[in-house]
Ligand binder design. Structure first.
Ligand code: SAM
Length: 304
């Protein structure tokens, strides 16, 4: 399948776009770091509004996301430099590019609709794909985690990163199942979860595999540690008066952002850019068009 065919399958729609632009408070001459380019939805909007007067530094750990973003940004009047890397290393990128500080940073974390639908890496429990889940294509795969980690560690992952109430049962089922056949595909994993959990849970509001898939994806990409590191290094890289905007999609991520931002405000190192430090969420018109926006929370601060 060509990349154009793939693009037509699912198109990532940027979430909380107007709210992000408002909180980024860009002005001519600013350097803007987009740490999660995705399909360059937010960065393209910045370029459309500001043309070459804003320098965009764009990062993504996924090579495909970088290619998509390059296609989008090269079709616009934009001043940009893109780099494939994890935002936990944004300090190294800045020094490689000779950047001492930036005016605004956006992290729109998690994964994109393009990754979910088109990557073939097993992010979605709705498609039968290999259990890979590595956004960067490097490191240990989801299958390796499921087939080699001990039962207690798997239980911790499912409970800690998925808040999965049946973590114990699912971990036990994984360890039993893999003795006869290693887990290699998403459908094997989904089937195993469905068999391990009670019937009422299978018929609940969310798919019974939702939380386990989230947990294994977070573990595979070390997402929470990367977020903590990216937040700390991002704040250091911001100049005084710089804006930090984070969009997160589940409570584990949001808790990390909320706690750090509150601490920075308490220490008088930052001020909130949203009313009383409350997160912004999507309006009804947006969630109707883009259901993914339902769980999005935007938090923003200004460095003092
Ligand atoms: C929600 S999407 C961003 C969408 C983008 N704002 C847009 O509107 O097109 C998240 C992107 O961040 C990337 N990503 C997630 N965690 C990352 C990390 N720690 N470092 C770098 N990129 C990351 C993913 O590969 C994905 O492409």
């Amino acid at each position: 399948m060509s990349s154009t065919d793939q693009d037509s399958k699912a198109k990532h729609v940027p979430v909380l776009l107007n709210e992000s632009l408002k909180c980024l408070q860009l002005s001519k001459g600013d350097v803007f770091l987009d740490g999660t380019l995705g399909s360059a939805g937010h960065s393209a909007a910045v370029a459309q509004q500001w043309g070459r007067t804003i320098e965009i530094i764009g990062l993504d750990q996924d090579a495909e996301a970088l290619k998509r973003s390059e296609r989008v940004l090269s079709s616009l009047e934009a001043n940009y430099r893109l780099k494939q890397t994890n935002f936990r290393r944004l300090d190294e990128v800045a020094s490689e590019l000779g950047i001492l500080s930036v005016d605004a940073i956006l992290l729109d974390i998690g994964f994109s609709s393009d990754q979910l639908e088109n990557s073939g890496k097993g992010f979605s429990f709705l498609h039968d794909e290999p259990l890979d889940m590595r956004m960067s294509g490097q490191g240990v795969t989801a299958a390796q985690i499921l087939n080699t980690f001990d039962e207690d560690t798997l239980e911790l992952i499912l409970r800690g990163f998925g808040e999965e109430r049946y973590s114990r049962r699912i971990a036990k089922a994984i360890v039993e199942k893999r003795q006869s056949q290693p887990l290699e595909t998403t459908s094997q994993f989904v089937h195993l979860i469905e068999e391990a959990v009670p019937i009422f849970y299978r018929k609940g509001r969310i798919h019974p595999a939702t939380r386990s898939f989230q947990a294994v994806r977070i573990a595979t990409n070390d997402e929470l540690a990367a977020l903590e590191e990216g937040l700390e290094k991002g704040f250091n890289l911001l100049k005084s008066g710089g804006r930090f905007v984070i969009i997160s999609f589940h409570s584990l991520e949001d808790r990390i952002v909320k706690n750090l931002f509150r601490q920075l405000v308490r220490d008088e190192k930052a001020e909130f850019l949203t009313k009383a430090g409350k997160p912004l969420t999507a309006q009804k018109e947006e969630t109707e068009k883009n259901p993914r926006a339902r769980s999005a929370k935007l938090r923003a601060i200004k460095k003092l």
